[in-house]
Unconditional design. Structure first.
Length: 118
């Protein structure tokens, strides 16, 4: 199962970006979908996740600013990021877990750079 992420870029503080991630391959079902990020010199951290039932959870640092959503028909997960801060600068990775007809999988996207700077 492959994940293709897009939507990163350079934005000024207070601006917005929308990240998208599409899963493809022999997918039977998808359970959780999530976005992580990793800033230079820091560990990768969970930013937001969403279950197949639509329940969401967020890191405290992004609550009220970021919104995660998914389209189960298209196997996509998006992250709408508003009121961006310089500390949001990181490489963002999508993560999906589920099942193929033969086995369970957990896949990572290739990462997309988000830079918040004036």
């Amino acid at each position: 199962v492959q994940l293709q992420a897009s939507g990163g870029g350079l934005v000024q503080p207070g601006g917005s970006l929308r990240l998208s991630c599409a899963a493809s391959g022999s997918i039977f079902s998808i359970n959780g979908m999530a976005w992580y990020r990793q800033a230079p010199g820091k560990q990768r951290e969970l930013v937001a996740g969403i279950t197949n039932g639509g329940h969401t959870h967020y890191a405290e640092s992004v609550k009220g600013r970021f919104t995660i959503s998914r389209d189960n028909a298209k196997n996509t997960v998006d992250l709408q990021m508003n009121s961006l801060k310089p500390e949001d600068t990181a490489v963002y990775y999508c993560n999906v877990d589920g099942q193929t007809p033969d086995w369970d999988f957990r896949s990572w996207g290739q990462g997309t750079q988000v830079t918040v700077s004036s």
